[in-house]
Design a protein around this ligand. Structure first.
Ligand code: PBG
Length: 340
């Protein structure tokens, strides 16, 4: 078959359609741009440690540090000034405080609760999202409770409800259940409303896959070495897409205000489907392993860090995400403020 765009040597190339015309100049490229990345699309996840004036590098995430609460407050003020709408807080709990039941999750003086109160005082304009799952607190590193080898569902949900209330009382704006237990969104909504926290939002990790890309995060929160078994009985199988639609439908029915797909870049087909099928506020998590790949390749001089960072985030927007949780949030916001 001969293509109309492949003239034989004797014919003169004559094209009416020349897509390159629109790409010739910067102004024209900007004019025909279909999506835009702005600071309003960014959620910044940070890691919190005990102590004061402490910043600890996370080895597998070059450029990311665990912060003591005073440093986290400073970081929040900076993020807020840059216009970043929200942050997500993750604790690295002292191993001596981790137990089978994840009891630190219910302690009003745990790292996350203390950080919530401290940040709210100094940077009240920034939204604070807290993760609901037991893994930073359990001695086995699982997100739920274990009975023998099994991660039990309903008892875990009861614990997650307690954890959510603890975080709501400490002042979080958004509860983000990342545990993937069945029925947790509805149970958390009901418990929040019963305590007059009806304005606390829920961002459900609705389609969260059992992924190898979470490795560096587990190092950052110190749960990696502890993890007994894997998370495949509750996190989703990467082969599945229809199942993600059912998960999202359930979380929305149960009262989720926003839904999330995780990981991000390898799952953009899911982001697109979720946005098209439900039209709900849809977020994606550019997870630790995705960050690590870009940071490591850039560290070796193999790719341009800033360009890869911006391109990856633009791709989330193109796929239909309303926003992205990204460890690059501050770098991106600074770049956007300078006009890229
Ligand atoms: C824990 C949780 C994980 C992440 C967010 N919350 C890890 C896991 O499920 O094992 C991963 C985030 C990242 O990799 O950046 N429930």
């Amino acid at each position: 078959m001969t293509s109309p765009y492949r003239p034989s040597a004797s014919t003169k190339l004559s094209l009416i359609q020349r897509p390159r015309r629109n790409r010739r100049t910067d102004w024209s490229r900007r004019l025909v741009q279909e999506t835009a990345l702005t600071v309003n699309d960014l959620i910044w996840p940070i890691f919190i440690i005990d102590g004061e004036k402490k910043r600890e590098p996370v080895a597998s995430m070059p450029g990311v540090e665990r912060l003591s609460i005073d440093e986290a407050v400073r970081a929040a003020v900076k993020a807020s000034k840059l216009g970043i709408p929200a942050m997500a807080l993750f604790p690295n709990t002292d191993p001596a405080l981790r137990d089978e039941a994840g009891s630190q999750a219910f302690n009003p003086e745990n790292l996350v609760c203390k950080a919530l109160r401290a940040i709210k005082k100094e940077a009240p304009e920034i939204g604070l999202i807290t993760d609901v799952a037991l893994d930073p607190y359990t001695s086995h590193g699982q997100d739920g409770l274990m009975r023998g080898d099994e991660i039990v569902n309903d008892e875990s949900v009861a614990a997650l409800v307690k954890q959510s209330l603890n975080q709501a009382r400490a002042g979080c704006d958004v509860i983000a259940p990342s545990d993937m237990m069945d029925g947790r969104v509805g149970a958390i909504r009901e418990a929040l409303d019963a305590e007059n926290f009806e304005s606390v939002q829920i961002m459900a990790y609705a389609a969260k896959y059992a992924s190898a890309f979470y490795g560096p995060f587990r190092e950052a929160v110190g749960s990696g070495g502890l993890l007994r078994g894997d998370k495949r009985t509750y996190q989703m199988d990467p082969h599945n897409s229809d199942e993600a639609m059912r998960e999202v439908a359930l979380d929305l029915e149960q009262g989720a205000d926003m839904v999330m797909v995780k990981p991000g870049l390898p799952y953009l087909d899911i982001v697109r489907r979720v946005k098209e099928e439900f039209g709900a506020p849809t977020f994606a998590y550019q997870v630790s392993g995705e960050y690590a790949m870009i940071a490591a390749a850039a560290g070796n001089g193999w790719i341009d860090r800033d360009k890869a960072m911006i391109e990856s985030l633009v791709c989330f927007k193109r796929a239909g995400a309303d926003g992205v949780l990204t460890y690059f949030a501050v770098d991106v916001a600074e770049k956007l403020a300078r006009g890229i």
